[in-house]
Design a protein around this ligand. Structure first.
Ligand SMILES: Nc1ccc(C(=O)N[C@@H](CCC(=O)O)C(=O)O)cc1
Length: 472
């Protein structure tokens, strides 16, 4: 029996606890930086497994790190457990049915993400113990991926300084190595302050902060024609100034997310959006304050890790879905549009098929045309060689950040996919622990990629983890 099948049996032997952990986290959906119960569950499991714990990583109460082993290389598994607002949804049904109207929900599958990363870390710990090999395995519990950039703050605090390689995964439609880049992303709040007044009796004395927000948004929307086509800008109104049209709105706040291919491109756009905000304040005679909430870098690829992971995933194969898994996925599929399904196939350069669930490995060199988001895994990837797995937890075509993801978050298919993701990551972890050349090659690749553009944190020095970001 080779090392990898050995580690895979190890994953199977302990998986039940981690499936239960995932279901528990699914049932307590907590948004950015409020993950008290979810992180406590992870902490309890790490303690139970005998990891040495560091809490409050980077000054974040829901950030944690568990380590096991002595000497040797340091292999890090990155987990997440934050949910999304407004996506409350029952599990196991193929129609929109909130558990709690307006409640949160695991619309990006981070309940699975964190639990499978912890499963992989624990299986590698068991393997190290059984083989008496030097080496350290770590699990990083990383909160607030959905906009809080916890990993970027953790990188800045030095939490990854002595890590040799980092492994993580994300729920997906497909079984593949993640090779698509992600966008650098800054979130900034723009707060306008005006002067309240009676909107009919003395409108000339009022200065509307709400007008300023509207003009800022119009200005930014006019910018769109003159920015790189793969950049993205979106906004959410945090404060529209109140509910009374007859009271001139003296305060208003808008949160922007500004994304581009790389940090220089992103910083340029942030500066232009800032100018538009200044213009809106000038036009409305209001005051404007800008606050950077958080920021993440684009993900750097790592060819040696990607190629090795691909071979491991080939050997392992996709999860084995049964008829019941396919039946539920088919029901979910009936709630999707042809465009939903076409978009995910387009991302991997394949013509759509009728398969409800992915039972194939996407080729490493597929002609991808992805619609991409951002992730704070990006910042880790600039300082530590990093690689990510996509495992098929959802019916092919399921768009993320929707009720359909929440509805599938505890399905037997999702459980199988999370276990398969853990096996792929643990397999790579064991390979790195036994083949020092792999870590050396991964580090050389990172060094080459950052030779001309060394890592600079996208976070301004004076920006601390925005622990209050979910409170408005
Ligand atoms: N494999 C994935 C990784 C990240 C996401 C995602 O939705 N991330 C958020 C986080 C944004 C951020 O970290 O800046 C986004 O793009 O809006 C989705 C799939």
């Amino acid at each position: 029996m080779d090392n990898r099948s050995d580690i895979w049996l190890g994953v199977d032997a302990i998986k039940a606890r981690f499936i239960a952990l995932s279901d528990k986290v699914w049932a307590t959906p907590e948004v950015c930086y409020t993950e008290a119960r979810s992180s406590a569950e992870h902490l309890a499991e790490l303690r139970h497994q005998g990891f040495r714990m560091t809490e409050n990583v980077a000054g974040i109460p829901t950030g944690l790190m568990g380590e096991w082993g002595e000497g040797g290389p340091v292999i890090a598994f990155l987990g997440e457990y934050d949910a999304l607002p407004g996506l409350s949804q029952e599990a196991g049904v193929a129609e929109s049915r909130p558990v709690e109207v307006g409640g949160h929900g695991h619309g990006c599958g981070h309940n699975l993400l964190g639990s499978a990363a912890l499963l992989a870390a624990t299986a590698v710990k068991d393997w190290l113990a059984a083989h008496k090999v030097p080496g350290r395995v770590r699990y990083y519990g990383c909160p607030a991926e959905e906009g809080g950039a916890a990993k970027a703050f953790m990188v800045r605090s030095g939490a990854f300084d002595d890590v040799d390689i980092a492994l993580t995964w994300h729920p997906s439609s497909f079984w593949e190595v993640v090779v698509t880049p992600s966008l650098a992303n800054t979130r900034a709040d723009f707060t306008f302050t005006g002067r309240t007044s009676h909107a009919a009796v003395s409108p000339h004395l009022g200065r509307s902060a709400l007008d300023a927000v509207e003009l800022m948004n119009v200005g930014v929307n006019y910018m769109r024609e003159h920015m790189p086509s793969d950049a993205r800008i979106h906004y959410a109104l945090l404060d529209a100034g109140g509910i009374a049209p007859n009271v001139v709105q003296a305060h208003a706040r808008v949160r922007y997310s500004i994304r581009a291919r790389d940090l220089p491109g992103m910083n340029e756009l942030v500066e232009r959006v800032h100018k538009v905000a200044q213009g809106a304040a000038l036009m409305t005679e209001t005051k404007m304050e800008m606050r950077i909430v958080s920021a993440v870098s684009n993900v750097l690829p790592n060819t040696p890790l990607e190629e090795t992971l691909h071979r491991i995933m080939e050997e392992l194969g996709p999860p084995h879905f049964d008829e019941a898994d396919k039946d539920f996925a088919t029901k979910i599929r009936s709630t999707l549009t042809e465009k939903d399904i076409g978009t995910v196939y387009q991302a991997i350069g394949m013509d759509p098929t009728d398969r409800p669930l992915a039972d194939f490995l996407v080729p490493l060199d597929a002609k991808r045309n992805p619609q991409i988001g951002s992730t704070d895994v990006g910042d880790v990837s600039w300082v530590v060689p990093t690689v990510q797995v996509h495992a098929p937890t959802v019916a092919i075509g399921t768009p993320f950040h929707t009720w359909q993801v929440v509805a599938q978050g505890k399905s037997p298919a999702a459980h199988k996919a999370m276990v398969q993701a853990a096996k792929a990551m643990a397999g790579l972890g064991v390979k790195a622990l036994t083949e020092p050349d792999l870590i050396a090659a991964a580090k050389a690749d990172l060094k080459k990629r950052t030779a001309r553009t060394p890592y600079v944190s996208p976070l301004p020095d004076n920006v601390a983890p925005p622990l209050d970001m979910s409170l408005n």
